[in-house]
Design a protein around this ligand. Structure first.
Ligand code: CU
Ligand code: CU
Length: 267
């Protein structure tokens, strides 16, 4: 089935159409640990959507789940496209078409805004939405990291923490990068139940672009940043020495419950 279509609009701009379906699906968040998720297109986080500043986004949304859902985007749009009021809720079996300009450039997100919001976000209905500036950022090794957590015993506290859903994944599968290569991480916090989450990098410091809405860093040379839910930013750095370097939440509890990994830096 069709998921994405791009049509030139002239002036270097494009209409970017996506077909997204909300569906209940059990996902694996660690070896043998299953979680009854609500998903966009069967995955948590949902598909990363990417456009250039000034493009037009059109989302053909279908709710194949068992509860009312929406897609609420961070960015510029009309009230009818906000996906947050009860009249915006798409009932099970229903459809809705969202359309809005890709503005402003930056690192954004989308999530379901049906109530109770805590449940609809925690169950997995969120994803990353990147709007690139014109004429673009410098070439880099790019990674999307969604900080999230899972309450597996329904006590409104998370038992598993991760980036991109699977606890300890990048501990088992270190991310290979080269010495001197520019690494760019699109970091978004969608952790429910905890007030903040954080990112700490070993052995290097990074430049940070809060919300990605500027071309100049908003913080220079830091090795730890924190984000509340919905907050996001772009990290840029280069490793100067080969080795295995850890990255993790600097809340020790989160890193011990899955939110940690390694960069495997080769010369
Ligand atoms: Cu929902
Ligand atoms: Cu939001």
């Amino acid at each position: 089935s069709q998921v994405y279509k791009e049509t030139a609009l002239g002036g270097g701009r494009a209409l970017r159409e996506y077909w997204i379906t909300a569906v209940d699906r059990e996902i694996e968040i660690g070896p043998g640990i299953r979680f009854p998720a609500w998903t966009y297109n069967g995955q948590v986080p949902g598909p990363t959507l990417r456009a250039n500043e000034g493009d037009t986004i059109r989302i053909h949304f279908t709710n194949a789940g068992t509860k009312p859902h929406t897609m609420h985007f961070h960015g510029y749009h009309t009230e009818a496209m906000d996906g947050s009021l009860s009249e915006h809720f798409v009932r099970p079996g229903g459809t809705f078409t969202y359309e809005f300009p890709a503005e402003p450039f930056g690192l954004h997100l989308y999530h379901c805004h049906a109530t109770p919001l805590t449940q609809h976000i925690h169950k997995g209905l969120y994803g990353v939405f990147i709007i690139d500036p014109r004429p673009g950022r410098p070439p880099a090794r790019e990674l999307v990291m969604t900080m999230n957590g899972f309450d597996t015993n329904f006590d409104e506290d998370n038992e598993v923490y991760a980036v991109n859903t699977v606890g300890f994944y990048y501990n088992q599968h270190p991310i290979r990068v080269r010495v001197g290569e520019l690494v760019r991480i699109y970091l978004v916090n969608l952790t429910e139940f905890d007030l903040i989450n954080s990112f700490h990098l070993h052995a290097q410091f990074f430049d940070y672009y809060d919300h990605g809405t500027t071309l100049e860093p908003t913080s220079h040379r830091v090795d730890t940043i924190m984000q509340c839910q919905g907050q996001r930013g772009i990290l840029e750095f280069r490793y100067t020495m080969p080795g295995m370097y850890m990255f993790h939440a600097h809340q020790s509890e989160f890193s011990e419950l899955g939110w940690m990994g390694f960069f495997d830096v080769k010369a």
